[in-house]
Design a protein around this ligand. Structure first.
Ligand code: OAD
Length: 263
């Protein structure tokens, strides 16, 4: 895409946002790539189809079934993911979304990320649909704790109250999505959206792709930010082939130039 076209797209998106009352930001691993975190697939992908050291696909290692029978295997890879997040800070994209929440009447972040960076940036109306890697809960009793990181923890971590294995509050492969969070998301969608963003996600899951497709079909402006085209690209109105931080900063700068809401 020529740089003039990117300029025009950034400008058009900023104009839509300036008029929007409610905006939805659907995010994936790519938004945290600019904070130095690896993604799962595509550019900078952590696994990219390779089998793990244990000779099994990562989806098997990180499944609810594996956790039930061999929590030490699941924890080995959860700990690998946690190490990649350690010390990571929100970037300009996370911060831009948190800023927009201060100035637009309704901003919702629906993220697949378990890294907690949206909350750290200040987003409050946030649905972490795959959970949060920093929240641990006991598999046997109601013990729970919040951890900054797993440094110095024995793996798998055990419950100080009853000795059972702890698990992170994340959705493992093959497990159901948290029902209350999904209901909240559907309620928000029912209230309507004026603009829908898909940022840094390959959109492999239907509950990620469908809201974008629904918005596109309903004529609601849709924006995709991803250096690589995805399965959603043909359907969105605006595609920005940029990193998340550069794109969101570019949009915020243009809103600023228009003197929008004192950003
Ligand atoms: P993926 O790893 O599937 O996709 C990340 C996307 O980010 C890719 O399309 C990249 O091209 C893009 N990307 C890379 N760098 C970027 C940047 N700087 N700015 C913007 N985009 C960039 O990640 P998700 O779509 O989040 O689930 O994956 C969904 C789920 O698959 C994860 O939540 C995880 C995984 O299995 C569970 O663990 C349940």
């Amino acid at each position: 895409m020529a740089s003039l076209e990117i300029e025009e797209t950034l400008e058009a998106v900023a104009r839509h946002l300036a008029r929007a009352r409610r905006a939805l930001f659907i995010t994936g691993a790519g938004i945290s790539a600019d904070s130095g975190l690896p993604t799962y697939r595509g550019v900078g992908g952590l696994y990219n189809g390779e089998h793990t050291d244990d000779g099994i696909p990562i989806e098997t290692a990180l499944s609810g079934d594996m956790f039930a029978h061999h929590p030490e295997i699941t924890w080995k890879y959860l700990a690998q993911i946690e190490r990649t997040c350690r010390g990571a800070q929100p970037n300009a994209a996370h911060r831009a979304i948190a800023t927009l929440e201060q100035v637009l009447p309704g901003v919702l972040v629906f993220t697949q990320n378990v890294d907690g960076l949206h909350a750290k940036a200040g987003s409050r109306n946030l649905i972490e649909i795959h959970g949060n890697l920093h929240e641990l809960c006991c598999t046997a009793c109601d013990y729970g704790e919040y951890i900054e990181d797993l440094a110095g923890r024995e793996l798998p971590p055990t419950c100080p109250a009853c000795g059972a294995v702890l698990r992170p509050n994340v959705v493992l492969f093959g497990e159901a999505l948290p029902e209350a969070a999904m209901d909240r998301f559907l309620d928000e969608l029912d209230q309507g959206m004026d603009i829908v963003f898909s940022i840094g996600t390959s959109g492999v899951f239907p509950y990620i792709a469908e809201p974008v497709l629904w918005a596109a079909q309903a004529g609601i402006p849709t924006v995709e930010i991803n250096p690589e085209p995805t399965r959603l690209t043909p359907y969105v109105r605006y595609y920005l082939p940029l990193g998340a931080a550069a794109a969101m900063q570019g949009i915020l700068d243009r809103l600023n130039r228009h003197g929008f809401h004192g950003i």
